[in-house]
Design a protein around this ligand. Sequence first.
Ligand code: FES
Ligand code: FES
Length: 178
Amino acid sequence: MSTPAELTTALPAEPRAELTVPLRFTLNGVQQHTTAPVGTSVLTLLRDRLGLTGTKYGCGEGECGACTIVVDGASVNACLMFAADLDGRSVTTIEGLAADPRARALREAFVEHGAVQCGFCTPGMMMQATQLLARCAQPDEAAARAAIEGNLCRCTGYKKIVEAIVAAGQAPASEGRR
Ligand code: FES
Ligand code: FES
């Protein structure tokens, strides 16, 4: 005869309804109406639900900057923010920089200066650098270093990335940067 404990373990697991929250926010200029499971990070929402894989999952705990996005004009680690907190906000990801002239200047400078090796850190670096160029059109080396201080790169040693950011700020205005 089964003991109460054995009976308990023999019962089939109750199917659990996923608890979700409705969300309305602007993503790269487009209004989104979606839902997200409670407790889901913005990074998971972007990558797994919305298919925007340009934002990278590195450490998942706010240490590497690979998941950098911009929320209401401020850089944010998407792995540390709950998707539920996006409601009513405006989000820019690396995909949203496709037509940004500052990002174009950065892309060219990153290539020219060899600032991309494996490329894993590059979206986060580009997000930070684009924000920097929006605040300061011609940053010096110290400003460039400060802008990416929360972003880790295991390949380049940072020198080439910093050089590329400074060079992007010096690209001719005729290229449509400003
Ligand atoms: S994945 Fe978010 S900071 Fe590393
Ligand atoms: S280029 Fe590989 S981590 Fe930065």
